[in-house]
Design a protein around this ligand. Structure first.
Ligand SMILES: Cc1ncc(COP(=O)(O)O)c(C=O)c1O
Length: 386
């Protein structure tokens, strides 16, 4: 058996798809200690730097002192803490929704929400570049899943027209795509959904905290929050903590409490995590300068990379993909960058489609001008080497 595993691992290595863990010490800031050496961090989703914000840390520490570490039970048993409900009210207010429900992670949220909304006899329409958690949610649902080409609303409309009249229709899309940093054509998608009687679910994992009024996300930016069935997002990226949510109508919340297996059959989030997320949401209102600093950095790095002849595709965000194609070439580029003290993770299949391996560069509000300058210098040197 163990020989089998060895062969499998060797095959992954041969295809340039072998993965291994890097050891991180210290906080996930703009610099970190990675495998024992200092590096600039261009691979974190801690976009606003809230993971180590003093108010977030204090809220978590105080919650441990008052409530202890663990919730002790699932939400439907004795784990529905006041902290859960306070956080849900804050999320609903941020999103302009009637209600919200907290999940233990974005992965679990997508696994729980999608099968609660669509099942056998229903049809799901899912963007080709949707996150693995959405793909897995669709698989679990047993609904017929139609994958439409990335952001292609003509293909989506065609698929909606061809769907059987019976059964529910659900369109699922990320609003800001995690690997390409581009935005979904949400206004058109919502219009199509309304015309074809479909529900819409948006995954705002990477848009929350960055886009829209007070960082409420892309749906809020476009004034579409009220026309989308579910606004899903995470607490572990720009909000700097851990967990996730679904925001929408009161009935949606009730339905998810009753049907989402990944909500029902798991221990509630720990008090310090809930309190930290609440504090992070307060900071979205109190410190808008963080969003401004992030957007300043996005413009500066994008311009700098363009000046060096690198394309960042259709990215309009803090996620800048440098598509290099071949997986091995991409990982070699990433390693060379790390040797120069810059960490930008190479992303390969199956996370991205075959032939589109890339460096996924992510920016933070806390990167300084000097950090960007150092990174650009490293990119320039490696470019001339290869
Ligand atoms: C678009 C998208 N949805 C969901 C998730 C899962 O979120 P979490 O990390 O909270 O499980 C991610 C995380 O990588 C993501 O990028």
């Amino acid at each position: 058996m163990s020989a089998d595993f060895k062969n499998e691992l060797a095959a992954l290595r041969r295809r340039g798809l072998y993965r291994s863990l890097r050891r991180v010490e210290g906080e996930p800031g703009p610099t970190l200690r990675l495998d024992g050496r200092e590096a600039l961090n261009f691979s974190s989703n801690n976009y606003l730097g809230l993971a180590s914000h003093p108010a977030v840390k204090k809220a978590a520490q105080e919650a441990i002192d008052r409530y202890g570490l663990g919730a002790g039970a699932s939400r439907l048993i004795s784990g529905n803490l006041a902290l859960d409900e306070e956080l849900e009210e804050k999320i609903a207010r941020l999103k302009g929704a009637e209600a919200a429900l907290v999940f233990n992670s974005g992965y679990q949220a997508n696994l729980g929400i999608i099968p609660a909304l669509a099942g056998e006899g229903d049809a799901i329409f899912s963007d080709a570049l949707n996150h693995a958690s959405i793909i897995d949610g669709c698989r679990l649902s047993r609904a017929k899943t139609v994958v439409y080409p990335h952001c292609d609303t003509a293909a989506l409309e065609d698929a909606l027209q061809k769907a059987p009249a019976a059964g529910r229709k659900l369109i699922v899309t990320e609003t800001l795509f995690s690997m390409d940093g581009d935005e979904a054509p949400l206004a058109e998608i919502v219009e199509l959904a309304e015309r074809h009687g479909a529900l819409t679910m948006v995954d705002e994992a990477h848009a929350t905290g960055v886009f829209g009024p007070n960082g409420a996300g892309v749906a809020a930016k476009l004034g579409l929050g009220g026309r989308v069935t579910v606004q899903m997002g995470t607490l572990g990226k720009a909000l700097g903590g851990f967990g996730a949510y679904a925001a929408g109508s009161k009935e949606l919340r009730e339905l998810l409490i009753n049907k989402s297996r990944s909500f029902i059959f798991t221990t509630s989030l720990p008090p310090p995590v809930l309190a930290a997320a609440s504090a992070a949401i307060d900071l979205l209102y109190q410190e808008p300068q963080r969003r401004l600093a992030l957007w300043h950095n996005i413009r500066a790095l994008k311009e700098g990379l363009k000046g060096l002849g690198f394309s960042t595709g259709k990215s309009e965000s803090q996620i800048l993909p440098l598509v290099l194609g071949d997986a091995e070439k991409c990982m070699a580029f990433s390693e060379r960058l790390l040797e120069k003290g810059v960490f930008a993770q190479g992303i390969r299949p199956p996370t991205v489609p075959e032939g589109s391996s890339r460096l996924r560069i992510t920016l933070m509000a806390t990167h300084t001008h000097e950090h960007l300058h150092q990174a650009l210098k490293a990119f320039e040197e490696i470019k001339s080497e290869i």
